[in-house]
Write a protein that binds this ligand. Structure first.
Ligand SMILES: Cc1cc2nc3c(=O)[nH]c(=O)nc-3n(C[C@H](O)[C@H](O)[C@H](O)COP(=O)(O)O)c2cc1C
Length: 180
C-alpha cells in the first residue's frame, strides 16, 4: 500500500480534470492505496519569490496554502499531478505550485513515483507532450523519483464533459489502479 497525493489544479466550475481525478482516486483506492485528493480551487498560492530561504529553512517563508501541500507531497510514496492543458503546457497554477514546493529539493523526500493526468479540448497525440516534458524537468531534480506514468484525455473542451465520457472516466480509473 502506498500513500498517494493527488493534486488537482483546475479552478474551473465543472472541471473535467477534477472529475477525472475523482475517478483516478477511486481506482487508486481500489488498488489498496491511501489517497489524499487536494484541489487548488479556493487555495491561495503566491508565486515563488526566488529568495531560496527554503533551501536553508526547509520551508517557504510565504504563509499561504502551498506549505501544507508541500508537506503532503514530501511524505507521499507517489504524487499525481492533474492539469488542464493550457497553451500546450501544464496550467500556470500547477507550475506555480511546483515552484513553491522548492523546499523539497534539498529534503529527504519520500516520493518515488510521479504521475501526470491531463485533459484538453484537442484530441491529437502529443497535445500533452510539453506538459509531460515540463513535469519531467521537475522529476529530473529528484534522483530517487521517476515519472512513472502519464494519461492524456483529449476531446474534453466545455465544462462537465468528462462526466459524460465513460471512456475518459474509465481510463482515469484504470490509470489510478495502475499506480504503485
Ligand atoms: C487558458 C486556456 C488555454 C487552453 N489551451 C488549450 C490548448 O493549448 N489545447 C487544447 O486542446 N485545449 C486548450 N484549452 C482547453 C482546456 O484544456 C480544456 O477545456 C480542458 O477540458 C479544461 O480542463 P478543466 O475543465 O479541468 O479546467 C485551454 C483552456 C484555457 C482556459
Amino acid at each position: 500500500m502506498s500513500k498517494v497525493t493527488v493534486i488537482s489544479t483546475s479552478l474551473r466550475a465543472g472541471s473535467n480534470t477534477q472529475r477525472l481525478a475523482e475517478s483516478l482516486v477511486l481506482g487508486a483506492r481500489e488498488a489498496g492505496h491511501e489517497v489524499e485528493l487536494i484541489s487548488l480551487k479556493g487555495k491561495k498560492i503566491a508565486y515563488c519569490m526566488g529568495c531560496l530561504a527554503c533551501q536553508q529553512r526547509g520551508e517557504c517563508v510565504i504563509r499561504d496554502d502551498a506549505p501544507a501541500i508541500t508537506q503532503s507531497v514530501l511524505g507521499s510514496d507517489a504524487v499525481v499531478f492533474v492539469t488542464p492543458i493550457y497553451y500546450y503546457e501544464m496550467s500556470g497554477q500547477m507550475k506555480t505550485l511546483i515552484d513553491r514546493m522548492n523546499s523539497l529539493y534539498p529534503s529527504d523526500y519520500r516520493f518515488r513515483r510521479v504521475y501526470l493526468l491531463s485533459a484538453a479540448a484537442e484530441d491529437e497525440p502529443g497535445t500533452d507532450s510539453r506538459a509531460v516534458s515540463g513535469l519531467q524537468g521537475w522529476v529530473d531534480c529528484f534522483e530517487k523519483a521517476e515519472l512513472a506514468g502519464t494519461l492524456f484525455c483529449g476531446g474534453l473542451g466545455g465544462p462537465n464533459e468528462a462526466a459524460e465520457s465513460k471512456a475518459a472516466l474509465d481510463a482515469a480509473y484504470e490509470f489510478g489502479k495502475s499506480i504503485e
